[in-house]
Design a protein around this ligand. Structure first.
Ligand code: 5AD
Ligand code: SF4
Length: 363
């Protein structure tokens, strides 16, 4: 087997080499992995950290993902939907705080009331920001016509996590029925790309039954799908979900944090010019989890702007952080921590994925 140093000098990495770098217990090798990712990041996407303001439109969801706190059958969740005024107020706050881009995220609904409302909100956000705000949607699997309607309204990026590259594992994490079809995930990602979106996907890390080999395959899948943006976060157990099992042999929180950082670093090395988000779930595992992700190669930071009383109800996992207070002071704190590494938060920029720009120019 090659050493980390030899592997990291290669043009492209094989599965067993990725597995080696995900699992090496040698501190110097681990540090070399993160340093290499940091160098590649500066070379291919620069020093900038782009901002997205996250607005969680509604926690109503038609799906029953077995790990998720807001799954349809969790009767303990108080359901909410932001009204137009709440959305628009939050958008104005994002604009005033210097956000160049927002993400409108929601539990999955496919009814016409919902899909038309999202289109209308996108148009409204475009209008009130004078086209200044980039708009990303994250509203699950939809019909190709819906993706097109939202794109034509002005959304230009879409996030849909594939959750795992293993179909077998997918059905351990989801009911095996018509609403949860692995093939439809992949079909949806393809439809999004065809429509013209910058496409984002991602996986959970350290979740039940997963294993390192699947994580290596996840990274190779992102490459195969030629994805523009990736968000990967650690799995955080939620006690009101079917996969929650206190006896389950999960990687420890520290191991899940470490695995996520290595996955980010490896992805930066493998795909180089993609946008990588520092997932919110990291902050559950360490006070500066997201900052650690930025230092490991992520270049997108996504503060949650959902009005406080609702953000608490969008509890995908236990202890999900929500924000109370001044967004600007939270960002100053992040800036202070990333500055020694030569990174900085940039304001008022869309911060598109350079990978997308290249992908579109080439095709
Ligand atoms: N832990 C971590 N991430 C989760 N998600 C859902 N439930 C959990 C959990 N328990 C993630 C999924 C989903 C995204 C919106 O949140 O990856 O795609
Ligand atoms: Fe719904 Fe997303 Fe949770 Fe699945 S992960 S239940 S689609 S909110």
């Amino acid at each position: 087997m090659k050493t980390a140093e030899q592997i990291l000098m290669k043009e492209s990495l094989e599965k067993d080499e990725i597995i080696y770098l995900l699992s090496t217990q040698d501190k110097a090798e681990r540090n070399l992995l993160l340093e290499t990712a940091g160098r590649i990041r500066k070379e291919y996407v620069g020093r900038n950290v782009y901002l997205r303001g996250l607005i969680e439109l509604s926690n109503i969801c038609r799906k029953n993902c077995l790990y998720c706190g807001i799954r349809k059958d969790n009767k303990k969740v108080e359901r909410y939907t932001l009204d137009d005024r709440q959305v628009i107020d939050t958008v104005r706050q994002a604009l005033d705080s210097g956000f160049g881009s927002i993400v409108l995220q929601s539990g999955e609904r496919t009814d016409k009331n919902f899909t038309s409302r999202v289109a209308r909100l996108v148009r409204q956000i475009k209008e009130i920001s004078g086209g200044k705000l980039g708009i990303t949607l994250s509203c699950g699997e939809q019909a190709p016509e819906t993706y097109r309607e939202w794109f034509e309204a002005g959304a230009h990026r879409y996030l849909l996590r594939v959750e795992t590259s293993s179909e077998e594992l997918y059905y351990k994490w989801h009911p095996n029925d018509r609403v949860h079809e692995y093939s439809n995930r992949l079909i949806s990602l393809e439809a999004l790309k065809k429509t013209g979106y910058q496409v984002g996907t991602g996986v959970m890390i350290g979740a039940p039954y997963q294993g390192i080999e699947t994580l290596a395959e996840d990274l190779l899948l992102f490459k195969e799908l030629d994805i523009d943006m990736i968000g990967m976060g650690p799995y955080i157990p939620h006690e009101d979900t079917p996969v929650f099992d206190p006896e389950e042999d999960l990687p420890s929180p520290a191991e899940r944090l470490e695995l996520t950082l290595r996955m980010i670093a490896l992805l930066r090395i493998i795909m180089k010019d993609v946008n990588i988000a520092a997932a919110t779930a990291l902050d559950v595992l360490a006070p500066s989890g997201r900052v650690m992700a930025l230092l490991a190669g992520a270049n997108v930071f996504m503060p949650n702007l959902t009005p406080g009383e609702n953000a608490k109800k969008y509890a995908l996992y236990r202890d999900k952080p929500y924000f109370e207070g001044l967004v600007s002071s939270a960002m100053e704190k992040v800036d202070e921590k990333i500055e020694p590494a030569g990174l900085k938060i940039v304001y008022d920029k869309w911060g598109d994925s350079p990978h997308f720009t290249r992908r579109v120019v080439i095709n």
